[in-house]
Write a protein that binds this ligand. Structure first.
Ligand SMILES: [Zn+2]
Length: 313
């Protein structure tokens, strides 16, 4: 049910909010600490989200809002949630910097359009891809100047764990074997790992490291932003890593001596017929795998100021 907190275990409530696209839902969490409830993630920012009612239904105040990452379905409701509860917003520094660049600036659509052109996306398709991004962007109301948090910080008894990959500045919370996972570990869907302009150079490499971290931490359960709780996060981390190994092989197999763009190679991996929103992810995901292959010396990148292409070594 949307908008009504449900207890998943003592002291942890799941709050599911609607999304107009994609998986159609996103989970926020309320976690009980010594001084009240911490709200983790805030949905897309749809104007009808009843934050005041949600807060009023709790047995203690919401004392802070914690943002795992700057994607629209996690940060979009931050301003409204903070306003309704009076609670401060906590967000990673790198994540907030990217959040401001993407959602808080007028020239982002132009910059991402140029970047898609650089990666071989034809002009009319670029227009479609940019258009598809507006579906979410119109609702995003992030909180300006949040309180910065970083890896290792304690938030009301929870430890902040940096898990870059799905987003460069992605953070999780960990306490007593419970990982509030954002979009780092999900089931049954696999988190998207894309390369985007002005992002870290090898997001898939970052992500695979962050999956290994989950194996080491071996939490009892992970509560993610979409789908079902993950009851064996270490095993799920291995499964997701294996999925990316297979995809790396697929992308590598599409390479030969002819320089090909990320757009062209995305056809080989994800097919030619995709609606714009999915094509956007397909290009970004193909590029993250290509950049990983470059690091592994299984691909070569060629670039000038007009075009980036890849070949087999
Ligand atoms: Zn999400």
């Amino acid at each position: 049910m949307f908008g009504v907190p449900v207890e998943v275990e003592p002291g942890i409530l799941r709050l599911t909010l609607p999304l107009p696209t994609g998986p159609r839902h996103v989970h926020s969490y309320l976690v009980r600490g010594d001084d009240g409830w911490t709200l983790v993630d805030t949905g897309l920012g749809l104007p009808e989200t009843p934050w005041a009612e949600i807060a009023a239904g709790l047995d203690a105040p919401v004392t802070r809002v914690f943002v795992t990452h700057m994607h629209p379905d996690h940060v979009g409701g931050a301003e409204a949630a903070a306003a309704a509860t009076g609670a401060p917003v906590l967000q990673g520094q790198l994540d907030y910097a990217q959040c401001e660049r993407v959602w808080g600036s007028d020239d982002w659509p132009r910059r991402i359009a140029d970047w898609f052109l650089l990666h071989g996306v034809p002009e009319p398709v670029v227009e479609e891809l940019i258009e598809s991004g507006h579906v979410s962007a119109d609702f995003v109301r992030f909180a300006w100047n949040p309180h910065p948090v970083r890896q290792g910080d304690e938030v009301d008894g929870w430890r902040v764990v940096a898990t870059p990959g799905h987003a460069d500045g992605h953070l999780c919370l960990l306490r007593d074997g419970v990982l509030i996972a954002g979009d780092h570990i999900l089931a049954p869907i696999t988190p998207a790992i894309g390369l985007y302009p002005e992002s870290r150079p090898d997001p898939l490499g970052d992500y695979l490291d962050s999956l290994r971290l989950v194996e080491e931490l071996a939490p009892r359960v992970a509560y993610g932003g979409h789908g079902a709780p993950v009851t064996d996060p270490a095993a799920r981390a291995r499964e997701i890593a294996a999925h990316h190994e297979r995809r790396l092989d697929e992308v590598e197999a599409a390479l030969d001596g002819v320089p090909r763009s990320g757009f062209e190679l995305s056809h080989a991996v994800f097919g030619r017929e995709l609606p714009p929103a999915q094509r956007r992810f397909a290009v970004a995901e193909t590029l993250s795998h290509l950049e990983r292959l470059v690091v592994l010396e299984r691909a070569i990148r060629h670039e000038d100021d007009r075009r980036v292409t890849y070949t087999a070594p």
